[in-house]
Structures are given as structure tokens and as C-alpha cells.
Design a protein around this ligand. Structure first.
Ligand code: THU
Length: 268
């Protein structure tokens, strides 16, 4: 009986605490730790705020930049806290928020692929998807969005395992703004394309997009720009806390217009 109760307890405990770890600030060691149970919740959030703010403010040279990065970071922080209604900080949220400080970023240009998986939209692992989202969030902190104050980050993954990130950049002539996805496509083309290789070989297999208020999906124009290169790529849409929604591009742009439509119209 005792054995039975113990196993039931373990099962319930693993269901309650399954999945992601909490991040807790340890007062004794003065460090952040991963824990199975949340520690002092309010203290942890406060320490995270100063941990990020102190690291970026020390390295920004322009006062206005400190102010705008600070506002953007605090808005993400407040948004996540409100979304969780008082819950404890999770590891994913910690990693996403940390990216606001350049010094705390983990830049990655090639995806970790320890098992040498042949990369395609359907073979990506959860870890790879998370990594792509993190890189999109990292890029998001470089957005030039003085008019909308709406920061968007994007990260494209190619078959070769390369990651190309982009951020939106705006213009005083508003219409000349470029979306984060467009800026990531520009980088991908200029690094990997030869002739029409990027499109012909469906080299782009996934794109992650991060914006606050999501999981937010790419605008119509970006869907079209992405569709050119691979209608079957995986679109990983993420909120700033790391919440993910994923769909194949062909579902976001049904019956889209692509290179094959021009081919079909050719008169032989
Ligand atoms: N934006 C993107 O970067 N990607 C999208 O898919 C939607 C919109 C940017 C453009 C502009 O700088 C800001 O978000 C507000 O529209």
C-alpha cells in the first residue's frame, strides 16, 4: 500500500512539475538557479530586471538607446508577468528576456545538430525550434523601430544548418520600412544563393518570427516573400515569452502565387 501511495505521489509530482524548470534567484549564492519548484517569485523577477538592465546600460553609448532599450525590455517583462498573472519565472522566459542585454546573448549562426539529422521542415527537433526562436528574439533587440516601437525579430534556417537573422527597420518615409522577415531573407540570399539555387533546392526550411502579443504571424507581404523560396517551409511564430505556434507556410498562404505559376504560363 505504502509503495502504491509513493508511486501515485511521484506520478502526480511529475505531472505537476513536468516540463520546464523554474528560474529562481538564490539569496545565499546571489545567483540564478534552475529549480523544480519556484522560489521567491517576486524577488526573482526583481533580480532578473536589474541583471538585464545593468548589463545593457553599461555598454550602450547613446543615452537615448539606453532609454529605448530599457522601455522595450520593461514592456516585454511587464507583458510576460501580466500574461502569467503572478506566476514564477520559467527557463524559456528567462532566456528570451536575457537577450535584451547584448552581453547576455548567445549568438548562434549554425544550429546544433549533434545527431547529424538531415534537416528538413519535418525533421527539426523541439530543441532546434527553440534555438531558432531564441535567435529571432536576439535579432529583435536590434530592431530599428523608432516610429512604431514595435520590435520584430526573425531567424531563417537553411538545409545547411545556417541561421540568418533579421530585424525590422523603419524609415521616416514610413512606406520604406522593411519587416524582420524581409531583412532575414536578404541576409539568406546574400550568403547562400547562387543563381536560383536557394529557390530551386528549397534551401530555406524554417523561419521563426518573434513579436509581442503573438504568437504573431508574418504579414501578408512577408508570407509572399517567403513563399517564393519554399511554400513548405515551417513558420514558427512566437510570443516574447517563447510561446510557439507553428504552421507550414502553405497553410498561412493557401493557393499562394509562386515561381511555378509563372512556369505553368510558359508557352512552349
Ligand atoms: N513588422 C514586421 O517586421 N514583420 C511583420 O510580419 C509584421 C510587421 C514590422 C514592420 C513595422 O516596422 C512594425 O512591425 C509595425 O508594423
Amino acid at each position: 500500500m505504502r509503495y502504491f501511495l509513493t508511486s501515485v505521489f511521484c506520478l502526480i509530482a511529475s505531472l505537476v512539475f513536468c516540463g520546464e524548470d523554474f528560474v529562481t534567484f538564490n539569496d545565499q549564492t546571489q545567483n540564478f538557479e534552475l529549480t523544480k519548484e519556484p522560489g521567491q517569485i517576486e524577488l526573482t523577477w526583481q533580480k532578473l530586471q536589474s541583471y538585464v538592465q545593468e548589463s545593457f546600460s553599461a555598454n550602450e553609448t547613446i543615452k537615448d538607446d539606453v532609454l529605448s532599450i530599457n522601455t522595450a525590455f520593461l514592456n516585454d517583462l511587464a507583458y510576460i508577468k501580466a500574461k502569467k498573472s503572478g506566476g514564477a519565472l520559467k527557463e524559456t522566459e528567462f532566456e528570451m528576456l536575457k537577450q535584451w542585454a547584448k552581453e547576455l546573448q548567445t549568438e548562434k549562426n549554425i544550429i546544433d545538430n549533434p545527431q547529424n539529422i538531415e534537416l528538413s521542415p519535418s525533421t527539426l527537433t523541439e530543441v532546434m525550434k527553440r534555438e531558432l526562436v531564441l535567435q529571432a528574439q536576439r535579432a529583435r533587440t536590434f530592431a530599428y523601430a523608432p516610429y512604431s516601437k514595435f520590435h520584430v525579430g526573425s531567424a531563417i534556417l537553411t538545409k545547411s544548418g545556417h541561421i540568418y537573422t533579421g530585424a525590422n527597420y523603419e524609415n521616416a518615409a514610413y512606406g520604406s520600412t522593411l519587416c524582420a522577415e524581409g531583412s532575414a531573407i536578404a541576409k539568406t540570399v546574400s550568403f547562400e544563393n547562387r543563381g536560383t539555387s536557394l529557390q530551386m533546392q528549397e534551401e530555406i526550411i524554417a523561419v521563426a518570427v518573434v513579436l509581442r502579443g503573438g504568437p504573431g504571424s508574418p504579414c501578408g507581404n512577408c508570407r509572399q516573400s517567403l513563399f517564393e523560396f519554399n511554400p513548405n517551409m515551417l513558420v514558427i511564430m512566437a510570443d516574447v515569452d517563447g510561446e510557439i505556434l507553428e504552421k507550414p507556410l502553405s497553410e498561412l498562404l493557401p493557393m499562394g502565387f509562386g515561381p511555378c505559376n509563372l512556369k505553368k504560363a510558359e508557352v512552349k
